[in-house]
Write a protein that binds this ligand. Structure first.
Ligand code: NAD
Length: 289
């Protein structure tokens, strides 16, 4: 157990990320009190039943009152609305952060809603599962995973250092990145792969309808491994693509070019091209732990 880093933390949105943060905060004793709020009554009741948060509040305003750190853990498309809702209730000097998967958009919509006397420090933990909701969280989710902090211009050093410490004590390795770079990197490493996985499941389903074969039932290991992330929450992913449009389209364009080149190699029987391509990409993939 380490000393609390914040007296009071408010978690807005009680899904996979917020619930994992709660358990990680409790594991290391990082806050005096953690309050929580989610829009749906059902989620709030589930949170109360499983002891998620010291106090589950019936409004976002009530949850953030007196909080030293407010974490926006809602889908990216809801960040601006939530920021507007809580703005007047924020404690002067408090830090507001988010965990959204897209950063440029969040900065654009949240920043202008917040009062000048709070510190806004966007963040993104690179950790997740295909599960969602208040019961899906666990304390170890962030262990040895990256959390990227995306400080806005003129970010005060003390609140930044404190947020960094929180993430480190929740088990994460912390780095800083600028928002454009973040969104491009994540488009390659996370956003496009999710879109492709969703697409592959759609293709298999279409094929099943045409051939009446049991493509899904007998899905082989490759299909299962590759499409695990297609079980992820549709609201979250709809918002990611709508708000990281430019970078995702850029990566999909490059992906399509490579795919067409491989398609052509298969059509003309260019085994050398396929072999060289797979040799190069296998070496890269093996370097990723
Ligand atoms: P989730 O679907 O598990 O939970 C989202 C929660 O937000 C739910 O409790 C929902 O009731 C609540 N909510 C939705 N709209 C709301 C509103 N307007 N006001 C209050 N509460 C609202 O989602 P999650 O996986 O925890 O994702 C939360 C955020 O974290 C998203 O922005 C996502 O992009 C980001 N993120 C997700 C992952 C992942 O792999 N799941 C990883 C890193 C970051």
């Amino acid at each position: 157990m380490s000393a609390p880093i914040y007296d009071r933390i408010a978690l807005i949105g009680l899904g996979l990320i917020a619930s994992s943060m709660f358990w990680a905060i409790k594991r290391a004793g990082l806050a005096g009190e953690v309050t929580g709020y989610a829009r749906s009554e059902e989620t709030r009741n589930t949170a109360r039943r499983i002891g998620l948060c010291d106090r589950v509040c019936d409004s976002a305003v009530e949850a953030v009152e007196g909080a030293d750190l407010v974490v926006l853990a809602v889908p990216v498309g809801a960040m601006g609305t939530v920021a507007r809702e809580i703005a007047k209730a924020l404690k002067p000097g408090a830090t507001v952060t988010d965990v959204g998967s897209v950063k440029k958009h969040v900065i654009e919509v949240v920043g202008p809603e917040l009062p000048k006397d709070v510190h806004f420090i966007p963040a993104h933990p690179l950790a997740g599962t295909e599960h969602s909701g208040p019961e899906s969280g666990f304390a170890e989710l962030f262990d040895n995973r990256w959390c990227l902090l995306v400080p806005v211009e003129n970010c005060a050093p003390e609140p930044l250092a404190r947020l960094r410490t929180l993430w480190e004590r929740m088990g994460a390795n912390v780095d800083e990145m600028d928002p454009e770079h973040h969104d491009l990197v994540l488009a390659v490493t996370s956003h496009a792969p999710h879109l492709i996985a969703y697409t592959m499941v759609g293709v298999a389903d279409d094929l099943r309808r045409v051939t009446d074969s049991e493509v899904i039932k007998y899905s082989a290991a490759g299909f299962r491994d590759f499409t695990r992330i297609a079980a992820s929450d549709p609201t979250m992913w709809r918002d990611v693509f709508l708000t990281n449009k430019e970078a995702t389209l850029e990566i999909l364009g490059r992906f399509t070019e490579e795919l067409f080149a491989l398609q052509r190699a298969i059509r003309i029987g260019d085994g050398q091209h396929l072999f060289d391509y797979f040799t190069r990409t296998r070496a890269i993939r093996r370097g990723i732990i």
